[in-house]
Design a protein around this ligand. Structure first.
Ligand code: GDP
Ligand code: ZN
Length: 308
């Protein structure tokens, strides 16, 4: 049988079987190591697996094969002694919930998320929430910001999760995909999830009933089933999209609008800050590259310098 891991407690897995559509409680056969990856967990939500059915109906299935991952996100442990762990695998897109009021999400935070998504090769989109609180000026500003992000490859949706206004446009992004949902606390992520996932409490309870039969440890991330084949991954307590160390020299390559200019700088090792003949600075000066995006780049570059 093949299936997708929808919940992991570290030692037990809840698997949605592809052939039957049923849920199975599984464990992993023997020792498994992620080749070349120093992580504490062998499997994460979103992983595709092959497993054998339990012999008795109350027994656990046995996972024997893990499908190659298209991508995955990793979270470093807060405790230095512990390994990092894989949060989720095989994501189709990452949605960042942001707000322009109450509270306003900073460009720095948004761009850091987008750079990380680029580094993970995961398409990213922005969800502007709480539109009901935007006055005319804020709505104008939102259109401007949305235009700026759209022009560099990040589509967005404006909605109000609480009233349900335009949540249908968010829902339309999801079918058949596994989407990661992130956002600063307070932006309305939980409200949005409740609006997007019908019978959320029932489904969560059903899945918990399966995994809780096994030894209970912390869950790493929740994979919520909107409908079969359509998943939302919520990462409670993770406001940033995992962590990747982007070396300073590679950072500009994760800004799509800068990437196209890099071979036009006079110096091949140009940092695009104050070097003469820099194509990036020229683009900023000529209004072809948005100032907030460039400022985020400079700020991330400084952070990277401070780390080393
Ligand atoms: P989370 O921390 O991102 O999960 O945010 P919550 O979903 O808990 O929402 C935080 C607060 O924002 C709550 O008081 C919600 O009622 C409120 N909220 C969420 N969505 C909206 C919205 O679209 N409009 C308004 N005005 N408030 C919202
Ligand atoms: Zn340059």
């Amino acid at each position: 049988m093949t299936g997708t891991i929808i919940k992991s407690t570290g030692s037990w897995y809840v698997v949605r079987g592809h052939e039957t559509g049923e849920l199975y409680r599984c464990r992993l056969r023997g020792k498994f190591k992620n080749k070349g990856l120093k992580v504490s967990n062998p499997l994460a939500v979103g992983d595709g697996v092959e497993f054998d059915l339990p012999e008795q109906s109350e027994g656990a299935g046995v996972i024997h094969t893990i499908a190659a991952r298209r991508n995955y996100i990793i979270r470093r442990s807060v405790h230095k002694s512990e390994h990092a762990h894989i949060v989720a695998a095989n994501l189709d897109q990452a949605l960042l919930v942001v707000t322009l009021v109450s509270p306003a999400t900073s460009f720095g935070f948004i761009d850091r998320f987008l750079v990380t998504a680029e580094a993970y090769h995961i398409p990213a989109l922005l969800i502007f929430n709480k539109s009901d609180l935007y006055d005319e000026d804020t709505l104008d500003y939102q259109r401007q910001i949305a235009g700026m992000y759209a022009s560099v490859g990040y589509p967005s949706v404006l909605c109000a999760a609480e009233s349900g206004d335009n949540v249908a446009a968010v829902a339309a992004l999801l079918p058949g995909k596994t989407s990661l949902l992130s956002g600063h606390s307070g932006v309305g992520k939980s409200t949005l999830i409740n609006a997007l996932v019908p019978d959320l409490d029932l489904k969560t309870a059903e899945i918990s009933a399966f995994s809780d039969k096994g030894k209970h440890t912390t869950t790493f991330a929740e994979m919520l089933e909107v409908e079969p084949g359509t998943y939302l991954i919520d990462t409670p307590g993770i406001k940033e999209l995992g962590l990747v160390d982007v070396p300073a020299a590679e950072l500009a390559g994760y800004f799509p609008e800068m990437r196209a200019l890099l071979n036009q700088c006079r110096y091949h090792n140009c940092r695009h800050v104050h070097e003469p003949g820099c194509a990036v600075i020229e683009a900023v000066d000529q209004g072809r590259l948005a100032v907030p995006r460039y400022e985020s780049y400079v700020s991330m570059l400084a952070d990277e310098d401070n780390r080393h």
